[in-house]
Design a binder for this molecule. Structure first.
Ligand code: NDP
Ligand code: 8X3
Length: 249
């Protein structure tokens, strides 16, 4: 039986790579995001009929409902939800951050993620499906300027564990994927379009790639049904931990 995945944030980075990886493994995929032309290009790359695109802003409740209601019959039975759409905005310390950036991160990374999950849960339960949520190392390790972004990802991690608890006995699997540095458009978005800052961050660092994370998501989704990866933290070898800071007089 062909299985169907719905991947949010499929226009770029980890989401686009996940659509390619799942489709390559024979899954049907609903690919979502705001940039229609990117979704169209992705669809053209893959065998006809394997990908259905749904263009909507995850923070727009009405657009979300319309898109999910409009899924064609062949794509309605979702077996895997990949909650990937998300973003960081800004690197300033909390006392200098823009409140609007905080609101956007919470709306996208938290409120939209829980709404989509709630909406699709009955179908996932019916089909003993799975959920993969994109959290981050920022959920566990605070860093200066990570404030609300890290907090949203901590929410995602804890929500994932809470879902595991609630879904006991349903056969539905839930995984929190917690990557460190992955080279995507993430930093360009975070810096408000500063491509040079993005290039500088990744230069010489040998960061993880979107394909690395997509292969991990595919692996998680392909495990035998009695196995659940609760949480999985990944980093490039080049990235590790630094000590606490001390502010002195
Ligand atoms: P990208 O910026 O490359 O991709 C982000 C995706 O999210 C895009 O497809 C974008 O689509 C989508 N998105 C953002 N806002 C919305 C919205 N309001 N409605 C619909 N879609 C939206 O970043 P990544 O691939 O790196 O990020 C994917 C996920 O992985 C995020 O949740 C991120 O926090 C997480 N992550 C990333 C890490 C990294 O180092 N790159 C590390 C750890 C976690 P569009 O703009 O077309 O709508
Ligand atoms: C993205 C990784 O370290 O930039 O979630 O917060 S980090």
């Amino acid at each position: 039986m062909v299985r169907t995945a719905l991947v949010t944030g499929a226009t770029s980075g980890i989401g686009a790579a996940t659509v390619r990886a799942l489709a390559g493994a024979g899954w049907q995929v609903v690919a979502t995001g705001r940039r229609a032309e990117r979704l169209d290009a992705l669809t053209r790359e893959l065998p006809e009929g394997q990908v259905h695109t749904a263009v909507f802003d995850v923070t727009d409740a009405r657009a979300r409902d319309v898109a999910i209601d409009a899924l064609p019959e062949a794509f309605r039975g979702i077996d895997l939800l990949v909650n990937n759409a998300g973003l960081a905005l800004g690197t300033a310390p909390a006392q200098e951050a823009k409140p609007g950036d905080w609101e956007t991160m919470i709306a996208t990374n938290v409120s939209a993620l829980v709404a989509i999950t709630r909406r699709l849960l009955p179908r996932l339960v019916e089909r003993r499906g799975g959920i993969v949520n994109l959290s981050s190392v920022a959920a566990s390790y605070p860093y200066t300027g990570g404030n609300v972004y890290g907090a949203t990802k901590a929410f995602v991690r804890q929500f994932s564990l809470g879902l595991r608890s609630d879904l006991a006995g349903t056969g539905v699997r839930v995984t929190s994927i917690e990557p460190g540095m992955v080279e995507t458009e993430f930093t360009t978005v975070r810096t408000g379009g500063d491509k040079a800052a993005s290039n500088k961050l990744y230069a010489g660092a040998d960061p993880m790639t979107a394909q690395d994370i997509a292969a991990t998501i595919l692996w998680v989704a392909s495990l035998p049904p009695h196995l659940n990866i609760n949480a999985l933290e990944l980093m490039p070898v080049s990235q590790s931990f630094a000590g606490f800071q001390v502010a002195r007089d």
